[in-house]
Design a protein around this ligand. Structure first.
Ligand SMILES: NC(=O)C1=CN([C@@H]2O[C@H](COP(=O)(O)OP(=O)(O)OC[C@H]3O[C@@H](n4cnc5c(N)ncnc54)[C@H](OP(=O)(O)O)[C@@H]3O)[C@@H](O)[C@H]2O)C=CC1
Ligand SMILES: Cc1cn([C@H]2C[C@H](O)[C@@H](COP(=O)(O)OP(=O)(O)O[C@H]3O[C@@H](C)C(=O)[C@@H](O)[C@H]3O)O2)c(=O)[nH]c1=O
Length: 291
């Protein structure tokens, strides 16, 4: 398949590139220097040069706290950008695969069952609202679409790029004697290596629609960080705290665990448990972006 990846220098973009190339696809990789998804002229200039069967958009505005003070920018990139891409793909009969977030949920703080794709969303942050709007535009405009919700991504490219929770903990764990970590937000952090393997399967199915895609199991940021420190052999005192004690600018879901059984049924792909994936990530070498 001829595939264009947008956001190719990001942590998910880089792992998708490796996984899709290994599966024999021809790739065009577009970075932020090549395309700005909130600009229609930039989209046409960058995409008219290739004739892909599929466009994969990993570009997004991901600064969850900052989005509270600049929601217009978050909406331009996370909602209007996907709308423009959906219009372009529909016009040119191209399939579009786009990523969304567990942060489209959050209203039901005391929820226990994992969310299925047809459960009603309820974002509680500007970032979550902007991602949900992006989903709706794509689902309404582009007939051949996959929209994939995931959570807490970490990939090797995050080490030198925009960062991720694992790399932040590895750094802070060495810099500080003590860390306070939220222990009442439940979700499932996911490796971009595993997510890329799942996407490589999904695009062969032509089973378009909305999907949940995360590692198995669930955890809190406190337990996740403690496991990072245990596996990496870092000694640092960790203190469990509540969401209120942390005082972040944006509200985060207390529960945003996603049920991924639809993806598993359609692709036959089973994500590893989050602890297994974290261990694999910590043991694997850094990315060579020239490969
Ligand atoms: N990170 C996470 O924990 C989660 C992410 N997601 C979603 O998964 C997807 C991939 O995330 P991830 O790989 O972590 O993101 P990254 O921030 O690692 O990568 C995003 C890439 O997109 C580029 N980009 C940013 N804005 C634009 C723009 N306006 N036009 C074109 N390119 C742009 C960035 O370039 P530059 O840095 O140069 O601006 C960067 O290379 C996103 O849709 C995100 O919302 C969902 C759940 C969790
Ligand atoms: C650094 C740090 C964070 N935290 C908490 C804050 C927050 O609730 C949680 C995660 O913090 P982060 O800033 O890594 O991540 P955050 O921006 O909340 O993460 C999100 O990214 C976006 C893009 C998504 O779509 C989500 O799926 C999610 O992974 O950890 C602590 O409790 N202690 C700390 O020392």
């Amino acid at each position: 398949m001829q595939i264009t990846i947008i956001g190719a220098r990001g942590q998910l973009g880089q792992d998708l590139r490796l996984s899709l190339a290994a599966d024999g696809h021809q790739l065009t990789c577009l970075t932020h220097q090549d395309i700005s998804i909130e600009n229609a002229a930039s989209i046409e200039a960058a995409l008219d040069q290739s004739s892909p069967n599929l466009i994969i958009n990993t570009a997004a505005y991901n600064k969850v706290d900052q989005a509270e003070s600049e929601p217009d920018i978050a909406f331009a990139i996370n909602a209007l950008g996907p709308r423009l891409l959906a219009q372009y793909c529909q016009k040119h009969k191209i399939c579009l695969l786009h990523f969304s977030s567990d942060y489209v949920f959050g209203l039901e703080g005391l929820r226990k069952p994992a969310y299925k794709e047809n459960d009603p969303p309820g974002p509680i942050s500007a970032y979550g609202q902007s991602k949900l709007a992006g989903e709706y535009f794509i689902r309404a405009i582009c007939s051949q679409h996959y929209v994939v919700r995931t959570c807490g991504l970490y990939g090797k490219a995050g080490k030198t790029g925009n960062g991720n929770f694992v790399e932040t903990m590895l750094r802070l764990g060495k810099e500080r004697d003590e860390l306070s970590l939220i222990n009442d937000q439940h979700c499932t952090p996911t490796s971009t290596h595993d997510l890329s393997a799942a996407i490589t399967r999904l695009i062969t199915t032509d089973q378009f629609g909305l999907y949940h895609a995360t590692s198995q199991g669930k955890t809190t940021w406190y337990e996740f960080a403690q496991t990072i420190f245990d596996l990496a052999g870092i000694e640092v005192q960790t203190n469990p705290i509540t969401t209120e004690q942390y005082q972040a600018a944006a509200e985060r879901p207390r529960f945003s665990v996603l049920d991924c059984s639809k993806l598993e049924e359609v692709t036959g792909f089973s994500f590893p448990h989050w602890k297994q994936s974290l261990s694999t990530y910590l043991e694997s070498p850094d990315l060579d972006i020239n490969k």
